[in-house]
Design a protein around this ligand. Sequence first.
Ligand code: DSN
Length: 417
Amino acid sequence: MSYDTVREPDPATADALVAERERQNDTLAMIASENHVSEAVMAAQSSELTNKYAEGYPGRRYYGGCEHADEVEQLAIDRAKELWGADYVNVQPHSGSQANMGVYLAMLDPGDRIFSLDLTHGGHLSHGHPKNFAGQVYEVEQYEIDPETGRLDFEAIREQAEAFDPDIIVSGFSAYPREVDWDAFQEIADAVGAYHMADIAHITGLVAAGVHDSPVGTADFVTGSTHKTIRAGRGGIIMADEEYGDAVDSAIIPGTQGGPLMHNIAGKAVGFAEALEPEFESYARQVVDNAAALGERLQEHGLSLVSGGTDTHLVLVDLRESHPDTTGKDAEEALEEVGIVLNANTVPGETRSPFDPSGIRIGTPGITTRGFDEEASREVADLIYRVVDDPDDDAVKATVSDRIDELTDEFPLYDRE
Ligand code: DSN
């Protein structure tokens, strides 16, 4: 994609866009929530649909001229139904947070009770953090990950749910390296008479490809974002039983949003079409295989992984035992210097501040899009370890940085133009 058309009116923005493309080309995106969409998805996202207001839904809009918006949104809906096997789909949420907001607004009254995982244990802001609307409008109680096992403890969750008596239970996480037992959450929701919302933002692609079990058909609501493992246009999605469709539709517009971002919905349609191709299943399997290979190699180096490993697209490293004097931020910053971009993360039983926590979260969706296999992922683990083991050693960082340059050349991403 050329930014010459941007350069003419706005060289400063064009420079930043080119620099961002180069940054993505020249570094490994290992933030677990990030990925690299195709040129086709990006083209759709920058289409003329950015100009179109289309409040309403296909076939029932408030404005004229929506026939092509209708086609595009219907394609995205139909493909999502096929990918995830959902009865009802809404592709209009601007983000995963907006999707969650839509479900809360559809089903809850202010002051109703949300039961969800604590942010520092792998939950999400929109699951009820006190600084988020969800924590301010609703009464929130949060469960935690067992710090000994690094896993969900369903007995403890059930006891807490029975005591709290929530109106909705939120499952699905941002930093949990294990496959989630949706049935176990549903049983608890049934026992306490609560709705169950599974937020699969991180694992939409793994679920669509059948690499992870699906909560669709089990949980009442399944929310997600569309640009992470599923690698489509940026935004959110809600899936549910048909019976909740009208309530969710109204909660999105007029409830929480006005005009849908039709250009992003076009990007969703294109990305979903790509995900329906057989190669996508291989991609999703490779994401998980790469995370497993990377995690195992980190363990061979003596690093401790929360839960002892991973079933998913990410590993969560707890540095406290192996490197007590290195914080997650130290590691994040040293790794960014060499071209490995990931994030510091809290770990269950965190003893430091969330701003400078004890862990790092490492995701494989982005490097897998570049074509990395298990062997290359093991090498990335070696490189990560070398830097984490001595984040202040400039000679080590120079060597690792050179190798990242070679790897990013070997596994190219976007046309350099
Ligand atoms: N920011 C995303 C993540 O990194 O998990 C969630 O919205």
